[in-house]
Write a protein that binds this ligand. Structure first.
Ligand code: NAD
Length: 345
């Protein structure tokens, strides 16, 4: 069995659904169920005994240790995190608690468990930390894309907390020999993403007839990756990555935020036209920029391509079309996660 944390969130949900479609190996999913975690995401595998769900906090080392002893996983994949930059600017407390303290305690529990393993079980054990390209900071327009050897220069409380976690993961390998792997991935998009993130936010505000708020001039550049391509990269790194190594994951498909919003409007004009037949572009408004907003992220995925044979399968146009269709067909899910998030405040 493998242990996945944060498996009721956006990427964790996609990872678990894909994993169980491909493997018979069971998954133990531990999730605190914050506003971003939703058990209903996993309704299609309810009753499937390959999926075991436990609600709790990765920072509760004793509880995690008990689960490790009971279920004896061969690997831990840590998706659990506070993940929204805007929330980290408003209040970073939970980011420090989960992304730093939580990862530290999870690592300690993993190390204690791994130390008690023997033979092949010990040699084969892996701790995979799912991280972000945001730890590298902001790139100048013509600068080369982020490589694994680049310096960490995080600019938001979110990216600083993820950077701290990555350092703790690295240290647990260098100091204690824990067989860790780290992935630093570009912006993801796809089904089940909480509608506070750029792509689902714009889709849902557009069809609700609300303004589409673009930070500043919208000229920030991001590299967008379809979530299932990220999940495939995590599976590959888990099976074939070298302990202690870091792998950048992205598809070298850089786009300005304003162009992403316009692409959503064009697709919505086709798939879900406004009743007045006016384009959704008319709803775009520019708002004051996010403080410390990084100008550009771009990933060089050369290492994972050459060493592990990974490549992205979905291009942005197809992935965005599928994502918009998913949100149009799952408006009940959107209303539900928004209502539960308001109720939890
Ligand atoms: P998400 O916010 O959608 O989900 C996070 C999940 O973690 C939720 O289910 C939440 O309930 C759970 N969680 C939060 N705190 C917890 C705790 N203390 N203990 C146990 N569970 C807890 O996030 P996501 O977008 O799915 O991101 C998953 C991981 O991937 C994060 O580590 C994030 O930093 C990283 N990442 C995300 C992106 C992206 O574009 N979304 C890109 C690169 C890396």
């Amino acid at each position: 069995m493998i242990l996945v944390t944060g498996g009721a969130g956006f990427i964790g949900t996609n990872f678990i659904l894909d994993w169980l479609a491909l493997h018979d190996e069971p998954i133990l999913n531990i999730d605190k169920l914050t506003y971003a975690g939703n058990r209903d995401n996993l309704r299609s595998i309810e009753g499937d005994d390959r999926h075991v769900f436990e609600q709790g906090d990765i920072a509760d080392a004793r509880w995690v240790m008990g689960l490790l002893e009971k279920h004896q996983p061969r690997a831990i994949i840590n998706f659990a995190a506070e993940s929204h930059v805007d929330r980290s600017i408003h209040c970073a407390e939970n980011f420090v608690q989960t992304n730093i303290v939580g990862v530290f305690r999870l690592l300690e529990a993993a190390r204690a468990y791994w130390s008690g393993l023997h033979g092949d079980k010990r040699a084969g054990f892996r701790f995979l930390q799912v991280s972000t390209d945001e730890v590298y900071g902001s790139l100048a327009p013509a600068a080369a894309a982020f490589r694994e050897t680049d310096r960490y220069e995080p600019n938001s409380p979110y990216s600083a907390s993820k950077a701290a976690a990555d350092h703790l993961v690295r240290a647990s390998h260098r100091t204690h020999g824990l067989p860790v792997l780290t992935t630093n991935c570009a912006n993801n998009y796809g089904p089940y993403q909480f509608p506070e993130k750029l792509i689902p936010l714009m889709i849902n505000r557009a069809i609700a007839g609300q303004p589409l708020p673009v930070y500043g001039d919208g000229w920030q550049v991001r590299d967008w990756l379809y979530v299932k391509d990220h999940c495939k990269a995590v599976r590959l790194v888990l099976e074939a990555g070298l302990p202690g190594e870091t792998y950048n994951v992205g598809c070298s498909d850089e786009r300005h935020n304003i162009d992403v919003v316009k692409a959503i409007c064009v697709l919505l004009d086709e798939l879900h036209p406004r009743i007045d037949a006016v384009t959704y572009m008319n709803q775009i408004t520019h708002v004051a920029d996010r403080p410390g907003h990084d100008t550009r992220y771009a990933i060089d995925p050369g290492k994972i391509k050459v060493e592990l044979g990974w490549h992205a399968e979905k291009n942005f146009e197809d992935g965005l079309r599928e994502t918009i269709r998913w949100y149009l067909q799952n408006q009940g899910w959107v209303a539900d996660v928004q209502n539960r998030s308001v109720a939890a405040r």
